[in-house]
Write a protein that binds this ligand. Structure first.
Ligand code: GLU
Length: 373
């Protein structure tokens, strides 16, 4: 099966070089129209699509008359502030003829790396995808500082793919994949179609075939960093040539690309991360009914909780134990320890009355629970 037509949830990263017409400095509406048709086809197959789009700085430069100047960070931030709305307008205009509504999401690195923040961001993206909306993500350039910015959208796209459990990340590039050397300089350069392990040798190829065009920020090296982040999250990465009318359609028709294949699924990677990489900050002791439900793949509701141990925050990993002290699994708590204590034994419909707010009916959602073997 073609990876592109078989993926359930796809993140496509579109760089500034594709989005901005270099001669006029304006949004490349013709390219966007072609890509929108691609997007419509993907969605008509029942696949979910999230777009990570650069272009704010490049579009804003022109609007602010900063065309030729080399921009410092505040200059880039000012340009991004002016350009982001042009960028979104261009996406809305391109997607609207296909009946696709676009929604802007601006993220900082913390939103994808600090757990309680990405749980929030993830919930928003899930809601949008559930509503059939196309999220268009960019870095929140106007507020980030040099130390905390991604700076390139390749890595941002990989983090977003990880956050939402995507199974395919497509990086549209100015080159149709990874080569053993720079094909524009070395006629002996060979194209690599599949990578199953990003070794030092693969890294060395990327250094040699840096595909930086000077418009965007990422070259082949950052694409490999992105592919590595995605692979660890169980997500495949595809690098393909973007500057044609229908870049996804071209790959469906057999155009060249490089595919980085992960060794596990997004769900397995996520659960392995919860079970193995996070230090549990507390424990929930559950009754027999809840133990049976959890082992059958259900979520943990507060009603089944008998005791709360430790002082965990919302989003922290906690151990779930039965009343005999056996570990059932580990999961991410949707309420902190103090609130969990207040709602232990309480029906989900009464959470709001008990706390004055609700963060949903589950204390640990089944998706965030890794069962012990
Ligand atoms: N966030 C930047 C922008 O929208 C682009 C970063 C990148 O080129 O990867 O202009």
């Amino acid at each position: 099966m073609n990876v592109l037509t078989g993926a359930k949830r796809i993140v496509v990263k579109v760089g500034s070089a594709l989005l901005v017409d270099q001669a006029s400095g304006q949004a490349n509406h013709a390219w966007l129209a072609g890509f929108a048709a691609d997007a419509a086809r993907v969605r008509a197959r029942g696949q979910q699509l999230l777009i990570v789009s650069s272009g704010a700085v490049a579009l804003g430069r022109r609007r602010l008359g900063l065309n030729r100047r080399k921009l410092d960070l505040p200059g880039k931030q000012a340009a991004a502030a002016a350009g982001q709305s042009i960028l979104m307008h261009a996406w809305e205009e391109a997607l609207a003829p296909h009946g696709i509504v676009a929604a802007q999401i601006l993220l900082t690195r913390d939103d994808t790396e600090v757990r309680h923040r990405w749980l929030n961001a993830r919930a928003t993206v899930e809601t949008l995808l559930g509503l059939g909306v196309a999220p268009v993500v960019n870095e929140n350039d106007t507020v980030v500082t040099e130390e905390i910015r991604y700076g390139d959208n390749d890595r941002l796209a990989a983090r977003v793919a990880q956050m939402i459990g995507a199974d395919l990340l497509v990086l549209l590039s100015d080159i149709d994949g990874l080569y053993t050397a720079d094909p524009r300089k070395n006629p002996k350069a060979r194209h690599i179609a599949r990578v199953t392990d990003i070794t030092d040798e693969v890294d060395a190829m990327a250094g040699a075939a840096n595909a930086d065009t000077g418009v965007g920020t990422g070259g082949m090296t950052t694409k490999l960093v992105a592919a590595r982040i995605a692979a660890a999250a169980g997500c495949a990465t595809m690098i393909t040539f973007g500057a044609r009318p229908s870049p996804l359609g071209a790959v469906e028709d057999g155009a060249r690309c490089t595919l980085f294949e992960p060794s596990l699924t997004p769900a397995a990677a996520y659960k392995a991360w919860i079970a193995g990489s996070l230090a549990p900050q507390g424990a929930l002791v559950v009754d027999a009914g809840a133990s049976t439900a959890l082992r059958a793949g259900k979520s943990l509701l507060p009603a089944g909780v008998r005791a709360v141990e430790g002082s965990f925050e919302k989003g922290d990993a906690v151990i779930v134990r039965d009343q005999d002290g056996r570990e059932i699994g580990r999961g991410l708590a949707r309420y902190d320890a103090a609130d969990a204590t207040r709602i232990a034994g309480v029906k989900s419909s009464e959470i709001e009355a008990a706390l004055g707010f609700t963060a949903g009916p589950t204390l640990i959602h089944a998706d965030d629970l890794a069962l012990a073997r």
